[in-house]
Design a protein around this ligand. Structure first.
Ligand code: FAD
Length: 498
């Protein structure tokens, strides 16, 4: 029997299933058939509405028209996440997709800022960050400039249901076959243990050579059929439930997500064109469902438009994300809470990683091992970045106290201690969060470096202060000329109904 991959079967029609279908169909040749099986009766998780900037690469590969995409998914633009009450109640900070100032070789801008701060000239580091200034002003524009200092890095907030439908239309129009049905059994080769076919509950068989398991938390293939096992990380990230509720759209939508800490968890607010998405992520050991629903409803900015919906999850990852001829993508591959909006990105990077080493001539152990190594690292890096937000807190209550005192992965401790000592940051293998992200969250959570890079001593004090003043002015200048975020969407032809 030929080992060539002639037919790819995707199980699941949530964001993971349709994003996989769209990307695979766009990139693979037509000689490879793609079929997607989903069960409307089972349905999709239907949350997952905030993204990070690399999603623009998906849109580029798919060749999407941005205003049309924004209209179809009722999207708004996202420049940052605002974290309220995370270190202590009453305080907040932004994690933007931008960076403060302008970096020079070997020395990030924050070292100059820190030298001035240690000399008694304190200022807000975010005042040198274009994205932050845009968030504060509620404005948006795309700047055309060669200098990366002026690059406006942004992502989207979109309606998860509409996004899935959009990608479904895209995929079906390009030849992906959709089969409605519930998988009741998985047929496996008796010798190799490879999956051969999905057997639906009405007896139909959907056969293929390569299977992408996008069946959500069930992991029908990767766990149910292949039993790869699960690395449970709930000792570091104890939240295991969410309560989600949509509410009316605000009068003006903000170009950022908001994440507010509460006793026993935290609450998200995601602005869309037609509604706000809201939810409380919490630990069931600290809050029961009724308390969570009450807390959520009491902290909405706008009236709820339906009843809160409970969701359960397990934090961690499938021990192997690629095993034999099955690749797990999306919730089937694992879950990290949505604090940094990373799950849709993990879908994207899983499919891109597969495409880089697509096993057209058969599955090679080296490719599988390298794939699994990279995906494990990527998950671990995101996990550690999320733990950072929780661990560096000074809040009261059992939930927060336990997180503050728990021992964290060793790499994270090193990062925090190095930054605390002299403001140094380092980039790890497969970390999607670059230095400016770590900088903002560490500072926001109260770690202030005790020293700075010696390059910052190259200016005398007057030159240093002038550098800071002119940088603040330069970053602020374009913002004053930008339209309000909603106005930009209108002018851009991005509002649904336009
Ligand atoms: C509370 C919460 C908030 C989140 N917020 C964000 C966010 O802001 N940003 C972000 O990037 N991500 C977020 N996520 C994650 C995001 O929702 C998911 O990554 C995304 O929706 C992908 O889900 P999925 O497609 O893997 O699974 P699902 O949506 O659960 O889809 C599973 C599919 O498999 C099918 N299926 C399952 N079993 C069978 C069977 N036996 N037979 C046939 N079909 C079957 C189902 O019908 C369905 O089509 C959030 C998740 C949660 C829980």
């Amino acid at each position: 029997m030929s080992k060539r991959i002639q037919k790819v079967i995707i199980l699941g029609g949530g964001t993971a299933g349709w994003m996989s279908a769209a990307l695979l169909r766009r990139v693979l040749p037509d000689t490879i058939d793609i079929e997607l099986v989903e069960s409307e009766q089972i349905g999709i998780v239907g949350v997952g509405e905030a993204t990070i900037p690399p999603i623009q690469n998906v849109n580029t590969v798919l060749g999407l028209d941005e205003p049309e995409f924004l209209r179809a998914t009722r999207a708004t633009l996202k420049l940052a996440i605002r974290f309220d009450d995370w270190r202590v109640p009453g305080e907040g900070y932004f994690h933007t997709f931008g960076a403060p100032g302008r970096s020079q070789a070997f020395c990030h801008f924050h070292h100059f800022w820190n030298r001035a701060r240690l000399a008694g000239h304190d200022s807000n580091l975010w005042d040198y960050d274009l994205n932050y200034l845009m968030c504060q002003a509620g404005r948006f524009a795309k700047l055309k400039a060669d200098d990366p200092m002026w690059e406006v890095k942004y992502a989207y907030h979109f309606d998860a249901g509409l996004y899935g439908q959009y990608l479904r239309r895209y995929s079906e129009a390009r030849g992906v076959v959709r089969t409605e049905g519930r998988v009741a059994e998985v047929a496996m080769h008796p010798q190799t243990g490879h999956v051969e076919a999905l057997v639906l509950d009405d007896g139909r068989r959907v056969a293929g050579n390569f299977f992408v398991d996008c069946s959500g938390q069930r992991g029908v293939l990767i766990q149910g059929a292949l039993g790869v096992g699960f690395d449970d990380w709930s000792h570091w990230l104890p939240c295991d439930r969410a309560m989600a509720v949509p509410s009316q759209a605000a009068e003006a939508s903000t170009p950022y997500t908001r994440a507010t800490a509460h006793d026993g968890g935290w609450q998200w607010r995601i602005p869309l064109q037609h509604r706000n998405g809201n939810g409380l992520v919490y630990s069931s050991r600290h809050l029961d469902d009724e308390q969570a629903a009450e807390l959520l409803l009491a902290n909405l900015d706008t009236p709820a438009i339906s009843d809160p919906r409970p969701l359960r999850f397990r934090t961690g990852r499938a021990r192997s994300q690629w095993h034999r001829n099955v690749l797990a993508v999306g919730l089937a591959s694992g879950f990290l809470e949505p604090l940094e909006s990373t799950s849709i990105h993990l879908i994207q990077s899983a499919v891109v990683r597969l495409l880089h080493r697509f096993p057209h001539d058969g599955i090679h152990a080296e490719a599988v091992n390298e794939y699994n190594r990279q995906s494990r690292r990527e998950y671990e890096q995101i996990r550690d970045f999320i733990i950072l937000h929780y661990h560096l807190n000074e809040r009261d209550g059992d939930f927060w106290r336990d997180l503050r005192h728990m021992s964290v992965p060793e790499r994270l401790t090193r990062k925090i201690e190095l930054f605390r000592a002299n403001g140094s940051l380092f980039q790890d293998d497969m970390d999607i969060f670059l230095e400016p992200s770590w900088l903002q969250v560490m500072l926001g959570q109260g770690v202030v470096p005790g020293d700075y890079h010696p390059i910052a001593d190259g200016l005398d004090e007057a030159q240093l202060l002038e550098k800071l003043t002119s940088m603040r002015r330069l970053k602020g200048e374009p913002v004053a000329k930008m339209p309000p975020h909603d106005e930009f969407l209108k002018m851009y032809g991005a509002l649904a109904g336009d």
